[in-house]
Write a protein that binds this ligand. Structure first.
Ligand SMILES: [Zn+2]
Length: 338
């Protein structure tokens, strides 16, 4: 290890700087990871725009790297292992302990398959940085009761919407509609597995698209027929989109919410009752979702590389945040520590 540890520090709203920090010291239950790559996440943008974590926090929770030191009590992990961090266990990069926009990160209480996961060489650094967001999408899918023949709508094709589409496809679901206001993102949605795409600003009527391709179902509680839509994953965070998904779903349909909303929204509970909708939120993931994300990438079954729009070196972190914050320019921005 060398003594220099440049780190991306949150100094306040719209103020991220790369400061020189001390290289962390090893302790008996920890490992020190030399960071390879770290993704900038929607959560990082919330911090960037709104605060939410103490000033002085080193951000970055979507990262992979190589173990360069390990404590005497650490089992099943070795020097030179390539690893991805499950940041939720220790709050790494989330204002609790220092994160991956750095050269070195210390992982306390390092436990394989809980807060730290080995990755094979088939998961390169870029893919390694995408494991964490992929696990977010898989967690939502794994909570939702789905059959292969189901028709599924994914609203919002930022990183979480796109990884959800790839996850659905990897589980054999073909009838996927992706909706977003950006044609560029819809192209990516197709590449990752969406059969149909819908741009509300130019494509007319989403209900027609569903009915024309998947037909209708009848409901005792509603006059006439309803679109045959079995499940929706709401990844846009736009209130109107949430309500639209709820109104498009067939009886007994599932609506899984993966987005964070800036505002409260009006909601008609009768819509939920009359159609017996299953509405649930999904946040973060279990260690099993995390392992599944790695396995799907390692086997080559899922390749999320297309969603990466930019790479920046760590010393250009402020610029990287600016680009990530501009959704017209970027999809997923990755920061390289190597
Ligand atoms: Zn994240």
């Amino acid at each position: 290890m060398n003594n220099s540890n440049p780190s991306g520090v949150f100094h306040g709203i719209h103020d991220i700087r790369v400061d020189e920090k001390e290289t962390p010291a090893i302790s008996e239950d920890s490992v020190i990871v030399k960071v390879e790559m770290t993704g900038i996440c929607g959560t990082d943008l919330h911090i960037y725009h709104e605060g939410l974590v103490p000033e002085g926090s080193v951000l970055g929770h979507e990262f992979c790297g190589k173990i360069v030191e390990k404590g005497s009590k650490v089992q099943d992990l070795n020097i030179d292992d390539r690893v991805v961090i499950n940041p939720m266990q220790n709050g790494i990069g989330l204002g609790v302990s220092p994160g991956g926009f750095a050269r070195y990160v210390k992982i306390d209480n390092a436990k394989k398959n809980l807060n730290i996961f080995s990755i094979p060489d088939s998961v390169n650094s870029e893919k390694g940085a995408l494991v964490e967001p992929f696990a977010v999408g898989l967690a939502g899918i794994n909570k939702t009761d789905l059959k292969k023949e189901d028709s599924v709508l994914v609203t919002g094709c930022g990183t979480i919407g796109l990884v959800t589409i790839a996850g659905l496809k990897s589980k054999g679901i073909e009838n996927i509609i992706a909706s977003d206001i950006s044609d560029k993102r819809l192209e990516l949605a197709k590449e990752l597995g969406a059969k149909f795409t819908f741009n509300p600003s130019s494509d007319g009527n989403l209900e027609d698209l569903i009915v024309n391709n998947f037909g209708t179902v009848s409901s005792l509680n509603y006059a006439g027929e309803l679109p045959n839509l079995n499940a929706a994953f709401e990844c846009s965070g736009v209130g109107g989109v949430f309500n639209q998904s709820a109104s498009l779903l067939a009886p007994d349909g599932s609506l899984t919410i993966l987005a964070i909303y800036g505002k409260e929204l009006p909601l008609d509970p009768n819509l939920i009752v009359y159609k017996r909708l299953n509405i649930q939120g999904s946040l973060f993931y279990t260690p099993n979702d995390f392992k599944e994300a790695i396995d799907l990438m390692a086997s080559g079954k899922v390749d999320l590389s297309p969603i990466v729009s930019h790479h920046f070196p760590l010393n250009e972190l402020p610029k990287a945040f600016e680009v990530q914050a501009d959704s017209n320019k970027s999809v997923k921005v990755i920061v390289d520590s190597i």
